[in-house]
Write a protein that binds this ligand. Structure first.
Ligand SMILES: [Ca+2]
Length: 224
């Protein structure tokens, strides 16, 4: 009887330890992750439990086969918690170029929580940040995709941005955005539907951005 209880305790302890380790190792897989630790991704600051908005974004497409966080320009360009600052801006790596094992970028005191809308850069720290000096259309992520993909771009000044999806024959399929954006990194999600709300078929599609004189397009593959 005692043996059985001991066995159960050992199992419980090892299971708990595994869960904690499997959660906490991700803290080192985002820039400046240790500052907010588990609270980057979870509502409960000690980890486990429901994910916050940033944790959802990671879970929804930025984990590789080994369960490691894929920190890249697309995840950096998203504003998961909707507080007006991109995840990259909050974690002091606006371009998403930091990689696992690198030193933490930027200024730790300016790092805010990408999963908590009440934690955000104050206007002064944003003003001091380096906004992109060039226009950039980033690779959509994921690609190939089914049915949604995120298209990120950077603009050095506030202006109107037209972002649209065309089929391989150059016919307009969907206007994703045609509005004014502030200077910085932004992203839009395409859900694989045309302007009439119909699902489009598998194939190669072109996404094109026009902002001022900047006009660039790239290919993506919808694979059902
Ligand atoms: Ca935030």
């Amino acid at each position: 009887m005692k043996k059985n209880i001991l066995f159960i305790v050992v199992v419980l302890v090892s299971v708990t330890t595994t869960i904690l380790v499997s959660k906490s190792f991700r803290v080192t897989q985002i820039p400046n992750g240790p500052k907010f630790s588990c609270a980057n991704c979870h509502v409960d600051p000690f980890g486990g439990g429901p994910r916050n908005a940033f944790g959802q974004s990671v879970e929804n497409g930025f984990l590789n086969n080994q369960g490691q966080v894929i920190w890249n320009s697309s995840l950096a360009a998203m504003d998961s918690d909707g507080d007006g600052a991109s995840n990259g801006t909050e974690l002091q790596d606006a371009s998403g170029s930091w990689r696992i094992g690198n030193n933490n970028p930027g200024n730790l005191s300016l790092v805010t929580n990408p999963g908590d809308p009440t934690s955000k850069p104050n206007p002064t720290s944003v003003a001091e940040e380096n906004f992109p000096t060039n226009y950039k259309l980033l690779s959509n992520y994921p690609n190939p995709f089914n049915p949604t993909t995120t298209i990120a771009f950077e603009i050095p000044q506030a202006e109107n941005v037209l972002l649209a999806v065309y089929n391989i024959n150059g016919e307009l399929i969907r206007t994703l955005a045609n509005k004014n954006y502030s200077a910085g990194s932004h992203n839009e999600v395409w859900n694989g539907k045309d302007d009439f709300g119909n699902n489009v078929s598998s194939g190669i599609y072109i996404y094109r951005i026009k902002a001022g004189q900047f006009d660039k397009s790239a290919r993506m593959v919808l694979l059902k």
